[in-house]
Write a protein that binds this ligand. Structure first.
Ligand SMILES: COc1cc(O)cc(Nc2ccc(C(=O)Nc3ccccc3)c(OCCC[NH3+])c2)c1
Length: 344
């Protein structure tokens, strides 16, 4: 029977020569995530594949996420290397996070000791402070959306629900979103709410999950769950320290105006215990200067003048050349060689 639907492989033809596709490592909604290998460097990447026909009215959200990811460059946010869009498909080439989900990491250990929970929580606060400073809110902060890389560092993923309201952070976001157990009271009661205040509540639920291994507000019946969240009542187990209980109390304030702000959070006593520095949220590696060695390597490989390579990277079109530059830069930071597989 004659069909005009291209076979799977042909719609992946666009990746030919750039990435080798491997097994699927995640599926959800209208997207699937496959492992990939970046051909020129041999480095692993994650490739999120979306079918535009299935996305329907969610397509604008995907565009929003891509615009957000183009602006976000931070050591604890999963990096977008390249975007490939063809007639019916969008491919996002993303940073490889082989350590799996923070969710599974906690479950495997029942719960985390304060010391370990603090290291992770400082990384999460660093990422959230960074995106808030950029005028974004994530709106779906939960352990499933925090992956570990190959050095046990956390990477925030899935900005599919993130919002950057037109009028900055002041405008209220009506759309109810995220996962109920992590959702702020004002969000589930349908009131107008501020994205960054709702993120702070979710950080409270996250911190509780790290330290306790279960959720502060939980119930099989959703409306009972909502009542518990709106009452803001939760039990602290005996093993929690006074300082951690104090921080949870400041994060899980039902009234968003009484909730701790992300700026206060950076120097919270529990977060500072054992540390001399407040949580740093700026990207320390962010330089306007491009790395000469990587630029020369690309210029030699493509036989294009250095200025043309610089132009392509600075245009922020997230092409194969800029993806290769990012991967070379990461290899250099890890002390790996930055030779490109020339076909000679
Ligand atoms: C900004 O980062 C994003 C945005 C987004 O919309 C989706 C994702 N999803 C990702 C990214 C990377 C991985 C990954 O590297 N996983 C992995 C690699 C090796 C072994 C095991 C897992 C990813 O995994 C999805 C399955 C995780 N349970 C999703 C990032």
């Amino acid at each position: 029977m004659e069909t005009n639907m291209p076979s799977k492989s042909s719609s992946y033809a666009v990746l030919e020569g750039q990435y080798t596709l491997h097994e699927t490592i995640g599926t959800g909604g209208f997207a699937k995530v496959k492992l990939g290998t970046h051909v020129l460097t041999g480095d692993k990447v994650a490739i999120k594949i979306m079918d535009k026909r299935l996305l329907g009215e969610d397509l604008p959200r995907v565009k929003l996420e891509i615009e957000a990811l183009k602006e976000l460059s931070h050591q604890h946010i999963c990096k977008l290397y390249q975007k490939i869009e063809i007639e019916n498909k969008i491919f996002l080439i993303l940073e490889y996070c082989p350590g799996g989900e923070l969710f599974d990491y906690i479950v495997e250990r029942d719960r985390l000791e304060e010391k370990e929970a603090r290291v992770f929580f400082r990384q999460i606060v660093s990422a959230v402070a960074y995106i808030h400073n950029k005028g974004y809110a994530h709106r779906d902060l939960k352990p499933e959306n925090l992956l570990l890389d190959d050095e046990q560092n956390l990477k925030l993923i899935d900005f599919g629900l993130c919002a950057r309201p037109k009028g900055g952070m002041e405008t209220h976001l009506e759309t109810c979103c995220g996962s109920p157990a992590y959702a702020a009271p004002e969000l589930i009661s349908g009131q107008e709410y501020l994205g960054n205040e709702a993120d702070i509540w979710s950080l409270g639920v996250l911190l509780f999950a790290l330290l306790c291994g279960y959720l502060p507000f939980d119930d099989d019946n959703v409306s009972t769950l909502y009542k518990k969240i709106q009452n803001g009542e939760y039990e602290c187990p005996f093993w929690l320290s006074q300082k951690s209980k104090q921080l949870l109390h400041r994060l899980l304030q039902v009234n968003p105006k009484h909730r701790i702000t992300v700026t206060e959070l950076l120097t919270d006593p529990w977060l500072m215990e054992g540390f001399t520095e407040p949580v740093l949220w700026k990207n320390p590696f962010k330089t306007s200067k491009l790395d000469e060695e990587c630029l020369i390597e690309l210029s030699m490989y493509y036989g294009k003048p250095r200025t043309v390579i610089v132009e392509e990277i600075m245009q922020r079109n997230f092409t194969y050349i800029s993806a290769t530059y990012s991967l070379l830069l990461q290899r250099k930071a890890k002390g790996q060689r930055i030779r490109l597989e020339s076909d000679t």
